[in-house]
Design a protein around this ligand. Structure first.
Ligand SMILES: C[S@@+](CC[C@H](N)C(=O)[O-])C[C@H]1O[C@@H](n2cnc3c(N)ncnc32)[C@H](O)[C@@H]1O
Length: 439
């Protein structure tokens, strides 16, 4: 469809006076989502959708609602499915302009190592200010439509972290630390003391900024939330829509391929090979990911290891059971470091020179040890996973991960007993089959 040129700017009021001590949006975890009022708000404020664009909700067994955008009509590649006027977009640069730069807050964030989160910080402040404005805020109907319950890293408890594999636990804890570090309030002159002290509101604003905010991808380095576009769920390999912005900052969502009727409209949230990132940031396990980061974590990553490809993007276990070359290289490099440093250097130099013949001859010489090393890693991982899974007590007062497991028992079972363990067993099987048969 072609969005009409007129955008209802005049209806839009951004007032920075008055606040209500009781927030117009109930930010507590049990609050119901009001999707109907949001849809009415969206059309009142000039959001235009293609005819079949719909929001559909699915409740899990704990009555948490996941809402996603689908199309009920066929869409051709390149077609516009959604138009969102610039005035409705919650933007970090817009917030910086509205409030002015807060030098002291920025200095504190930088001092604590969070200079990379300054855009998100302003977006959080913008959300808090609008929450404070209550019914005076144009975004209240939008806020009331949003989830309040989150199962991402920032919302987990120490018990949850102890149930996760080490790498996932680490980045989940990092999320929690960021939530705490971004709650810089004392030096914010335009928020009321009530809002500054409302930890639930800070958490809601943080989760909103981090689970629904995206880079504007127009070269502006803008970080923003586009109401309605943010109802598209994630898919690693079969995303079918993307966002684009015109010179005035209006957002258009286009189909990137032909989309048949009754299909979810899906974005790619990024880091497709790192399910732990998606769990930590967004609170779900991505079953669409084609591969998982291999969690052989050395305590120290040297420059040589980096040259050999030690990174989240390359150290992969593919979900068909294949193991990335970088994983084998890494295992061999570590084994050689413990047994024959001259050979280790020869292997490293061969890698750097692109001499695959030498590399592969060293690999075959040490294949018994590398295969054994990988099997040990997988077995340790599986045992650890077993121990962690057994901690999940469905009858206990549910902490976050248990809740999360309980919310969608199958997701938990699939993710831990099937998705992960199945994957790891598959790799173990493939790995075994590579061990030379004893003579
Ligand atoms: C940008 S919002 C998408 C709209 C969201 N589903 C809702 O109910 O409002 C991102 C959130 O949607 C959920 N989500 C997105 N993609 C998902 C997926 N592939 N599987 C499970 N949950 C997903 C996660 O809760 C995530 O934090």
């Amino acid at each position: 469809f072609t969005p009409s040129a007129v955008s209802p700017r005049t209806r839009f009021r951004v007032q920075s006076i008055l606040f209500e001590s009781d927030l117009a949006t109930d930010v507590s975890e049990g609050a119901q989502r009001d999707i109907a009022s949001f849809e009415a708000w969206a059309s009142d404020y000039g959001i235009q959708r293609s005819e079949g664009f719909q929001l559909v909700g699915q409740e899990d067994i704990s009555s948490n609602l996941d809402v996603s955008a689908i199309t009920t009509g066929d869409i051709s590649a390149g077609e516009c499915v959604l138009y969102v006027p610039q005035e409705l977009i919650l933007s970090s640069y817009g917030a910086m302009e509205q409030f002015g730069r807060l030098d002291e807050a920025e200095a504190l964030l930088t001092q604590n190592g969070y200079e990379g989160s300054i855009r998100e910080y302003y977006l959080i402040l913008k959300i808090l200010k609008e929450l404070e404005l209550g019914q005076e805020s144009p975004w209240t109907a939008y806020f009331n439509s949003l989830p309040r319950f989150y199962s991402n890293g920032a919302s987990m408890t120490p018990f949850c972290y102890s149930c996760l594999p080490p790498y996932a636990a680490k980045i989940c804890k990092d999320e929690r630390a960021r939530l705490n570090n971004l709650s810089v309030k004392r030096v914010v002159p335009f928020l009321s003391n009530d809002t500054k002290g409302n930890t639930k509101a800070w958490k809601f604003a943080y989760n909103l900024a981090y689970t629904r905010g995206f880079d504007a991808s127009d070269g502006s380095n803008e970080y923003c939330i586009v109401p309605m576009a943010d109802y598209c769920n994630h898919h690693s390999t079969e995303s079918n829509v993307e966002m684009a912005f015109d010179d005035f900052g209006n957002c258009y969502v286009h189909a990137t391929r032909d989309v048949p009727a009754n299909t979810p409209l899906l974005l790619n949230y990024g880091e497709s090979y790192n399910p732990s990132f998606l769990l930590a940031r967004y609170g779900f396990l991505d079953e669409s990911s084609p591969a998982s980061f291999c969690k052989i974590l050395p305590s120290h990553v040297s420059n040589e290891m980096k040259d050999l490809g030690y990174s989240h993007e390359t150290m992969l276990f593919y979900h068909n059971g294949e193991v990335a070359e970088e994983v084998w290289d890494h295992l061999l490099y570590v084994i050689l470091g413990e047994t024959d440093v001259d050979m280790q250097q020869m292997f490293y130099q061969a890698h750097m020179a692109g001499d695959y013949e030498t590399k592969s001859s060293i690999h075959s010489q040490y294949s018994g040890q590398t295969v054994q090393g990988l099997i040990e890693h997988i077995d340790t991982f599986l045992l650890d996973l077993d121990a962690k899974s057994s901690k999940v007590n469905y009858d206990a007062q549910p902490p976050r991960v248990v809740c999360w497991a309980f919310n969608d028992e199958f997701q938990w079972q699939m993710s831990f007993s099937f998705e992960f363990a199945h994957l790891w067993l598959l790799i173990r099987f493939n790995t075994y089959s590579k061990i030379p048969m004893p003579k």
